[in-house]
Design a protein around this ligand. Structure first.
Ligand SMILES: *Cc1c(COP(=O)(O)O)cnc(C)c1O
Length: 412
């Protein structure tokens, strides 16, 4: 396969790029701000090469692990954090947070509509219920978004005395909706607390880290969670997840992640620390590259007549670019073309498949160094009308730009 960029696409790209200069400056400014935050945390915690030493067995006295927790807490302006390579993904992270906080008889209230697809079986909305919150006697209720915006009146009404925790999903997941900004998350939390102050506010922060200058923990979230093979792993973390927030809830999460009595004190890092440190260090820049790639993709696809979300020059609150194809064939072609312009497995042809945890067939392009990492350029879609594709990531703007131009050429 030869990378193919049609002349018309090259011309559109040049025009879109010129139109995006102000957006790009804004993205760079946020990256600089967040880089200083990260670097300061490394300095404050006196990171040294000793922090990268692998531990084995119980992992007692793993100063690298403990220091990384403290650095994450600083970056999130949180009281504490739990950063572990053996949290297997974002879904696992969210499940840990939910099981940490909820007890039989409690109600979990989703306040931004139905949570991400893979949480359905965790909560017990779908699946046979085995091991779900539902099986443990935790109830689930939901307040839908109205036209993509939080339904504040609905949320207030839904906060009965049994509601122990609310879950807020920052990013759009596989929905066609706005990403919820940190400011808006703050409003949701204030609204929840105005009715029921002791409600535990949990934010699914996947794809949102370091996109804005603040994180949801700065607007009073009790727990924020996310995956290390998305934004905050910076493309270098090989696997893992994080939980940050109020100390008492992070402690409960640590009891769930290991077990009561052990919590954060154990867990060998097996040599994973350096990747997690260096990934965090790289993350503000990696996120900026991904944001520019997303804006460029949105601009090119909009110029080709597709509806895109967000619009190219919109202020972004996550790294995802959604494109409405209204055509199954074109959607699949676009995603296959992203794969074929990837540095790894460019020769593989992604096809729709029954991915564990998803209700519809899903197609995924992830020609990535770290398997499935979506801070690296990737694109995916559930196969259902109106055939919306989701593109995200790009470790370097240049590589993402080439792949996007190639994919746009494929659907021209
Ligand atoms: C990616 C993602 C998750 C978790 O997905 P994993 O594949 O398990 O890491 C959860 N919520 C949102 C909004 C996501 O984007």
């Amino acid at each position: 396969m030869k990378l193919e960029i049609k002349n018309e696409i090259a011309e559109i790209t040049a025009r879109v790029e010129a139109e995006l200069q102000d957006s790009f400056r804004r993205i760079d400014e946020t990256a600089l701000y967040n880089q200083q935050k990260v670097l300061q945390a490394f300095i404050d915690h006196r990171v040294s090469v000793n922090n990268f030493n692998p531990t084995t067995g119980y992992g007692y006295d793993d100063t690298g692990r403990d220091t990384l927790d403290a650095i994450y807490a600083d970056v999130f302006r949180a009281e504490d954090a739990l950063v572990r390579h053996n949290i297997v993904n974002g879904t696992h992270c969210i499940a840990i947070a939910l099981f940490a906080v909820l007890r039989p008889g409690d109600t979990l209230l989703a306040v931004t509509g139905k949570p991400y697809d893979t949480l359905e079986e965790v909560i017990g909305i779908s699946g046979d219920g085995g091991g779900s919150l539902k099986e443990f006697g935790v109830n689930y209720e939901q307040v839908d978004l109205i036209g993509g915006a939080p339904d504040y009146e609905g949320i207030k009404k839904a906060l009965h005395s049994g509601v122990k925790a609310v879950i807020i999903q920052r990013s759009k997941g596989y929905d066609w909706r706005e990403t919820i900004s940190v400011e808006e998350i703050g409003k949701i939390i204030a609204c929840v607390r105005s009715v029921k102050p002791d409600t535990v506010c949990i934010v699914d922060n996947c794809y949102g880290e370091l996109v804005e200058k603040r994180e949801p923990t700065e607007v009073d979230a009790d727990l924020v969670v996310g995956s290390l093979i998305k934004n905050i792993g910076g493309g270098l973390a090989q696997t893992g997840g994080y939980i940050a927030g109020k100390a008492k809830y992070v402690e409960l999460a640590s009891y769930r992640q290991t077990c009561p009595g052990l919590g954060k004190e154990v867990g060998a890092t097996l040599g994973q620390n350096r990747f997690m440190y260096q990934g965090l260090f790289m993350a503000p820049h990696a996120v900026a590259q991904a944001l520019k790639a997303a804006a460029l993709c949105g601009g090119i696809m909009e110029a080709l007549g597709y509806e895109v979300n967000p619009r190219p020059t919109d202020v972004r609150c996550d790294i995802i670019q959604a494109i409405k194809f209204n055509d199954e064939d074109k959607l699949i072609k676009f995603i296959q073309a992203i794969q074929s312009a990837s540095p790894v497995d460019s020769f593989a042809l992604p096809l729709p498949w029954d991915m564990p945890g998803y209700q519809h067939q899903v197609i995924m392009a992830a020609g990535t160094f770290v398997s499935g990492a979506s801070i690296e350029l990737s694109a995916d879609a559930p196969i259902k009308p109106p055939y919306v594709g989701f593109m995200q990531g790009g470790l370097t703007y240049e590589s993402a730009k080439i792949a996007i131009m190639h994919a746009a050429s494929a659907v021209l």
